[in-house]
Design a protein around this ligand. Structure first.
Ligand code: SF4
Length: 488
């Protein structure tokens, strides 16, 4: 998708964060966490951090940048212990600064606690206001700090961190998959709707591992055990593994975007391999939106499995028509429209030999605001393609996310701006354009509707959004929309 490093300014759907945790006496937990974070790098590239405990005290390190930039050998050697948590961050609530890097660490009267968060609280501003009214001084701007401060306050009050986490879970509204570290335990927590993924693994028959995605278990050689359940707290300590069902779950609402592009294709989420879900989306798309063409090409890299699925079901040959430069950073920013369109070439180069004289089907997973897609289509035409037919493996997305994915505001979403698919087709300059239907999405992903959040396609939010939060976001969008119109 355009989000996959192809968009050149802020507005796009972006990954949220990756969390990791390990209780592994006798293991090199800081290096295992470091490797785990590498596997979760796609979920966040702004900062990375690890907190470890040796059973008596916590130590930690957080830095801006990619995992390999955040840690060096002396730092990993310093971070000695038996249990650890880690985090890769992409800002959703809160700005991209070191103060917002995670794990967040706080002291309570019985010790220290560190917290790593993936998701977004919808009532964070209310909780923050309550904390501030109670005299708390907050140093960061993220909802994760609010969560940590609440746990610390509650632990000071009750003298029990686990009871404090349970009490806080009852107050947190929204999406949160957490790993939490104390001196003696690693704790994994998932909200009542289980919007963001979190799984449990076993390493060498004794260490317990928690990770946002199963690919992080694979990387360190751990076996997948199961998912953390909606509303569940799982505690790993010297007594083994304890599960507490803290919150009743009205239903699961896993973010469908995890299947469409967000998770790594080699991750299993909810029992479904993401690669297979994406291939299934391609099958469904080919069935519902066939076209006469000579070759099917993906927009690398997230469009790949859906393009393979499209080729398989349509019987058309699969080919590589675009070669990606992997060294362009994801935050590659172009200041204006002209440079933004030129910037597409920095990222992608068309393969003339594969495209010349051909009718091409280009498969991708979303269109965000259309600028990049228009640039890519132009490149394909310049390379000699006769026709360019665009097939999108997800429905048009029109609604903002409040649960931890930094989507564009509505004024920038091409699907919200244009009234018809044909208007979008015209805007991006394709010969034909088809999106997946909502039914096709569910068929292709093959996960029951009742287990998914589909709100950015339907506008129906499984976790209620406080009215003032919704209004303030819509108000900001309305203003941006007017500015966009005025500047035309
Ligand atoms: Fe995912 Fe969209 Fe739901 Fe956000 S609103 S959790 S991006 S499906």
């Amino acid at each position: 998708m355009e989000a996959d490093g192809l968009c050149f300014a802020r507005p796009r759907a972006r990954e949220a964060c990756g969390v990791f945790g390990i209780y592994g006496p006798g293991e090199d937990v800081s290096r295992l966490t470091y490797f785990g974070l590498f596997a979760l790098q796609h979920r966040g590239q702004e900062s990375a951090g690890i907190a470890v405990s040796d059973g008596k005290k916590l130590d930690w390190h957080r830095e801006m940048g990619l995992v390999y930039q955040a840690f060096d050998e002396p730092t990993l050697t310093r971070l000695r212990g038996d249990l650890a948590i880690g985090h890769t961050r992409y800002s959703t609530t809160g700005s991209s600064t070191l103060a917002n890097a995670q794990p967040m660490v706080g002291k309570w009267k019985g010790g220290t606690v560190a917290l790593a968060h993936n998701g977004n609280l919808v009532n964070a501003i209310h909780l923050r206001a309550k904390l501030e009214a109670a005299g708390e001084k907050l140093h960061a701007t993220s909802d994760s700090e609010v969560m940590l401060r609440m746990v610390v306050r509650e632990a000071n009050r009750t003298g029990d961190v686990l009871a404090a986490i349970s009490a806080c879970m009852a107050q947190w509204q929204g999406a949160y998959s957490l790993t939490i570290l104390t001196e003696k335990a690693v704790i994994a927590v998932r909200d009542a709707y289980a919007v963001r993924p979190l799984c449990i693994g076993r390493l060498n028959g004794k260490a317990t591992v928690f990770a946002s995605e199963s690919c992080a278990l694979n990387v360190i050689g751990a076996d997948y055990v199961r998912e953390v359940k909606p509303g569940e707290m799982v505690i790993a300590d010297r007594n083994g593994l304890e599960s507490r069902h803290v919150l009743p779950s009205p239903r699961q609402a896993l973010c469908v975007f995890e299947y469409i592009y967000m998770a790594r294709p080699d991750s299993v989420i909810g029992g479904r391999l993401c690669y297979e879900a994406r291939r299934g989306l391609g099958h469904q798309l080919a069935q519902d939106s066939p076209t006469n063409a000579d070759v099917v090409i993906p927009v690398p890299a997230t469009g790949w499995p859906a393009a393979i699925g499209y080729a398989e079901r349509s019987g058309l040959p699969f080919g590589e028509g675009l070669i990606r430069n992997w060294y362009v950073p994801r935050t590659f920013i172009q200041p204006d429209q002209r440079l933004r369109e030129l910037g597409v070439r920095v990222k992608l180069n068309p393969l003339r030999e594969a495209l010349e004289g051909k009718r091409v089907v280009m498969v991708d997973d979303t269109i965000v605001r259309g600028t990049t897609k228009r640039g890519v289509i132009r490149l394909i035409r310049e390379a000699g393609a006769r026709e360019v037919h665009v097939r999108i493996s997800a429905p048009p997305y029109k609604w903002p996310c409040y649960y931890g994915v930094d989507t564009s505001n509505r004024s920038e979403l091409v699907a919200a701006r244009c009234r018809t698919v044909d208007e979008i087709r015209e805007e991006i300059g394709a010969d034909s354009l088809a999106y997946q239907s909502l039914e096709g999405l569910l068929e292709g992903v093959a996960v029951p509707r009742r287990k998914l959040c589909l709100a950015c396609f339907t506008g129906r939010y499984p976790i209620p959004i406080p009215r003032d939060v919704k209004l303030s976001k819509l108000d900001l969008e309305e203003r941006a929309w007017r500015q966009t119109k005025d500047s035309r």
